[in-house]
Structures are given as structure tokens and as C-alpha cells.
Design a protein. Structure first.
Length: 123
């Protein structure tokens, strides 16, 4: 069980923690307000609100798209999150940790495409 596992970490440490969690073969219970981290790692969402539990099988994006959250992020907020992540990835790519350049490049491409698609959809 992990409670906000990436809070307070620098980008390199955050990337290492995310990779370790993504590679972990077992089950994780993750408590986080970091939608990016939840989207990357979770395949089930347990939403707790008003003394009730709701289990959703799928990613955070799927959960939010079906209206499962109290407030799904609006397009402007999602664009800001993606732009922030691109800035983090750009910084990491300037001096990537050994053996992580390819994974960072792939994530940069994926986030760039998601950002472009969201901006086009919004236009």
C-alpha cells in the first residue's frame, strides 16, 4: 500500500519510482491525487466518497470519461497537466539517466500526441 509515493521527489527520483512500480509484478494499492501516476499504473479505480466505495475496472481516463469522478478534468486543466508533463520529460531528456533515454523519448512522443489530439478536439 502506497500513499502519495511520488510527492516531494525530484524528476529523476519520480521516474525511477514510477518505473519500479510499473515493473512490479504484484498488486499495488495506490493512494494518490496524481492523475498521471494513477493513469499510468492503475487498471482498477476504487473511489471513496461520502462514506461509499465505488469499484471501476479500467484506467483513470476511462473512469473520468464515463463521469465517475466528482469533477472530471476539463480540457484546459488536462492541457495544462500534459504541458507540465512534457516540460518534465524535456528536462529529463536533457540528461537522461543511464538506460532510460528510449523510455523517456517514447513517453514524450505519447504525451505530445495526446496533447495535440486534445488541442485539436478543443479547436
Amino acid at each position: 500500500m502506497l500513499d502519495e509515493p511520488t510527492n516531494g521527489l525530484d524528476l529523476a527520483s519520480r521516474e525511477r519510482v514510477e518505473e519500479a512500480l510499473a515493473d512490479y509484478p504484484g498488486t499495488l494499492i495506490l493512494v494518490s491525487h496524481d492523475r498521471y501516476l494513477v493513469q499510468r499504473l492503475a487498471d482498477r479505480i476504487l473511489h471513496i466518497a461520502d462514506g461509499r466505495l465505488e469499484l471501476f475496472r479500467g484506467t483513470y481516463a476511462e473512469y473520468a470519461a464515463r463521469g465517475g469522478t466528482e469533477k472530471a478534468p476539463d480540457a484546459a486543466e488536462e492541457i495544462l497537466l500534459l504541458e507540465t508533463r512534457l516540460a518534465q520529460l524535456s528536462a529529463a531528456l536533457a540528461a537522461p539517466p543511464e538506460g532510460e533515454a528510449e523510455a523517456l523519448e517514447q513517453e514524450f512522443i505519447r504525451v505530445s500526441r495526446a496533447l495535440r489530439a486534445l488541442k485539436e478536439k478543443r479547436a
